[in-house]
Write a protein that binds this ligand. Sequence first.
Ligand SMILES: *Cc1c(COP(=O)(O)O)cnc(C)c1O
Length: 406
Amino acid sequence: MAIQFPIYLDHNSTTPMDPRVLEEMTPFFLNDFGNASSRNHAFGWAAEKGVDNARAQVASLIGASPKEIVWTSGATESNNLAIKGAAEMYASKGKHLISAIHEHKAVLDPIKRLQKQGYEVTWLEPGEDGIITAEQVQDAIRDDTVLVSLMWANNELGTINQIPEIGAVCKSKDVLLHTDATQWVGKMPTDVEAAGVDLLSATGHKFYGPKGCGFLYVRRRRPRVRLTALIDGGGHERGMRSGTLNVPGIVGVGAAAALCEAEMSDDAIRLGKLKKKLEDGITAKLDMAVINGHPTERLPHTTNISFPYVEGESLMMAIKEIAVSSGSACTSASLEPSYVLKALGLGDELAHSSIRFGMGRITTEEEIDYTIDKVVTNVQKLLDLSPLWEMVQEGIDINTVEWGAH
Ligand SMILES: *Cc1c(COP(=O)(O)O)cnc(C)c1O
């Protein structure tokens, strides 16, 4: 099959909506346009039925009960509700929170706001493999800890935190565990019971559903988690998130969840092979390329590779028919190296010239072959132009070079 350009390898930023999802959503934009809270007529009932069905689909994907799903506008809102909502609700128990320095901004920023309001935060730092361990969490928990918030898989690296083990530690210490599972849900098997997770954030557009619609899982038993709402009015979603439900969006998230549940294991096997091909193809030809994060504890569809001595922006320009992300998508307007890569202890040189390749359902083997070839050729070209690389080839240790004024 001929390759369609540009090639999309940025599935960690967003996924294309599956056409089968759009098909399920369409009736809810048209004939079934009712308000899901209208109890007195068929329009409301049809909408409510769509929402109930989606709630069951999403609950099934993560091993929850439908009553434990709260619809939101996406993972950013889910994270805000989980973190601020739990911190405020349990403030009388304590004001200590635990998170990590390489979380997504949608976790970092709400926690930093709480910090300004007087909460104390322990910021865990990953090892150079990018992973937060259960032992680190165990050591950080105090008597006044109310919430641990750690992502399941990292958006830039694809690295996987030890969530079930962390869940067990939190349970044994009676501390709530929130996980931003945005990159994990729909790609990997998820069981909130087995993982000991109390609060879980996810969003439809990262698993082939629509944008602007996501959910928060809120545990109802052992323990029953209560949250202070951020948005009041009407008492929708058990009082945790008021406002008329986005019925077509919710139906789409449900449909996307059902497709993922059915297809994720095949997708993971296929994409895992393509990832290996991509990594092997690039590192076989480019000795200096470094794969970032843990070698195996990573999502099957994500890889992040540094090309030291090559200028990241120049490489991005040279391969512009391939849509990838360099550094963090949220901060890529700036030339600051990614804070996530720096968290692994990578020097600026490695952090500056890294590319995240995120594959997905539409990715083909031909696209990966093309990408390997394009990246290898252009990195080689840029290396030939790189004075740093020339010095390294001549055996000069560039870490000892005095660069003059900074
Ligand atoms: C994309 C992403 C978010 C934000 O999701 P939205 O639905 O766009 O708000 C939060 N956390 C992680 C890890 C993400 O990858």
